[in-house]
Design a protein around this ligand. Structure first.
Ligand SMILES: Cc1cc2nc3c(=O)[nH]c(=O)nc-3n(C[C@H](O)[C@H](O)[C@H](O)COP(=O)(O)OP(=O)(O)OC[C@H]3O[C@@H](n4cnc5c(N)ncnc54)[C@H](O)[C@@H]3O)c2cc1C
Length: 393
């Protein structure tokens, strides 16, 4: 495996670096650095800056704003963005809704949605999970029946990230009852302002609001908002996995956190507690070794480019374990001050924070990332996938 970047990839990296140091607004960089929440306006501003550079959606088809970069270049871009504390583009838009519409939408849908999705003029949420249909997604029961030129939707979604902010939802619904539950599923693009939709918040342990229940009560969706063919929803949802895998290990974010952990350990040492600092250093070093191994595994996956290589489930599993371990370490390094609930801090208040800036968001991030082993396919499910593949041989 080639670990050193070629001259042209080094030149590409320098080009990305130069762009980020020129174009990333200082206030956005600060918020990301301090792990404060970005508002919709913040994120839209960043999407537009990236889109003006034609870099908002690197992996999309070139015709619709993709860059045509190699997998390695896309990885360099992600790593440089993380190292520069640039906001991550909205996953539902760039990794999910965009590829879904670009691959399966008709020309009118592409022309209407894709530019707006890139620029975050439209915010999408993902409507897959339901009570009783998470890991077993195929058992979902939200129904849509065709009546004339519209579908009428009844049912409920749950855990819908950012549904309270979203303008549209790409929603998996049941349009037919078939012997195999995977059959009869269909994608609809649903305007969230349609009468009959109720969004209810689910508060999370980190003191934030991004999760929701969404109820559909006789919601009328124009048949033009059918995505692709009726009954092919399961195939389309599976194809999304390929896009969810992009950067799923999120190694650059973990590296950033371990750098902060090193800095905090140095402070503890400087305050005279050499014993505690030594213990933390050992733990940081152990995580750094694991992270380096994961980075190389991710690079092997990128170089294999879908033909063999490590299974994406390994990246998801190990990546989320390291995200959780690194945030746990940061809470411990922060000590009692990291335990102060910092909801105001998350929302942008800095003046009256009790904790130093290095630890102010530590506990909230720790709590938030407990969910990383659940979303995107739970880690138990990833272990099942690996067991089936590896033990079957
Ligand atoms: C923060 C967060 C954001 C999310 N955002 C969205 C979103 O935007 N849109 C959306 O549609 N969904 C979203 N989800 C939902 C997510 O996809 C589901 O939570 C996930 O698929 C698990 O489903 P479930 O919660 O129903 O748990 P279940 O499937 O009921 O699982 C419960 C437990 O049983 C285990 N388990 C289940 N089946 C098996 C098995 N066969 N073998 C071994 N163990 C098993 C699971 O690993 C888990 O530990 C989000 C979830 C979270 C936590």
């Amino acid at each position: 495996m080639q670990l050193r970047l070629s001259d042209s990839d080094l030149a590409f990296r320098d080009q990305v670096r130069a762009f980020l140091s020129r174009a990333l607004p200082a206030d956005l960089r600060d918020k990301v650095l301090l792990e404060q929440r970005l508002s919709r306006d913040d994120l839209a501003r960043w999407h537009r800056i990236l889109d003006d550079q034609a870099w908002a959606a690197p992996a999309w088809p070139v015709k619709w704003g993709g860059t045509g970069w190699t997998g390695l270049q896309q990885n360099i871009f992600r790593e440089e963005m993380a190292a520069a504390f640039a906001p991550e583009p909205l996953v539902q838009n760039i990794n999910l809704a965009g590829p879904l519409i670009a691959n399966f939408g008709n020309e009118a849908q592409k022309a209407f949605f894709l530019p707006a999705v890139r620029r975050l003029d439209i915010w999408f949420s993902q409507g897959f999970s339901e009570p009783g249909a998470g890991s077993d997604l195929a058992s979902l029961r939200t129904r849509a029946r065709l009546e004339g030129d519209r579908y009428v939707v009844d049912g409920q979604k749950i855990w819908s990230t950012d549904a309270q902010l979203s303008d549209w939802m790409f929603c998996l619904v049941r349009t037919a009852q078939e012997a195999r539950p995977q059959k009869g599923l269909t994608f609809l693009l649903i305007d969230m302002r349609t009468p009959g939709i109720t969004v209810r918040p689910i508060p999370t342990i980190d003191g934030d609001h991004y999760l929701n229940e969404v109820f559909f009560d006789g919601v009328e969706v124009p048949a033009d908002n059918l995505l692709g063919e009726e009954g092919r929803g399961w195939d389309y949802a599976r194809s999304l996995l390929a896009h969810e895998r992009i950067g799923i290990a999120r190694t650059a974010l973990t590296r950033r956190r371990l750098r902060r952990a090193r800095h905090l350990a140095e402070q503890i040492e400087a305050q005279g507690d050499g014993l505690a600092a030594r213990d933390f250093r050992l733990r940081i070093a152990a995580l750094e070794v694991e992270l380096r191994a994961l980075e190389m595994t991710a690079l092997r996956a990128i170089q294999a480019d879908g033909t063999g290589g490590p299974d994406p489930s390994v990246l998801k599993l190990k990546g989320t374990e390291l995200q959780q371990a690194s945030t746990e370490l940061l809470v411990e390094l922060g000590g009692p001050l990291a335990m102060v609930r910092q909801t105001e801090w998350l929302l942008g208040e800095r003046e009256h924070s009790l904790a130093p800036t290095d630890t102010a968001a530590a506990t909230a991030t720790y709590f938030q990332l407990r969910a990383a082993s659940i979303y995107g396919g739970s880690n138990e499910i990833q272990r099942n996938i690996l067991a089936r593949k590896l033990l079957a041989n």
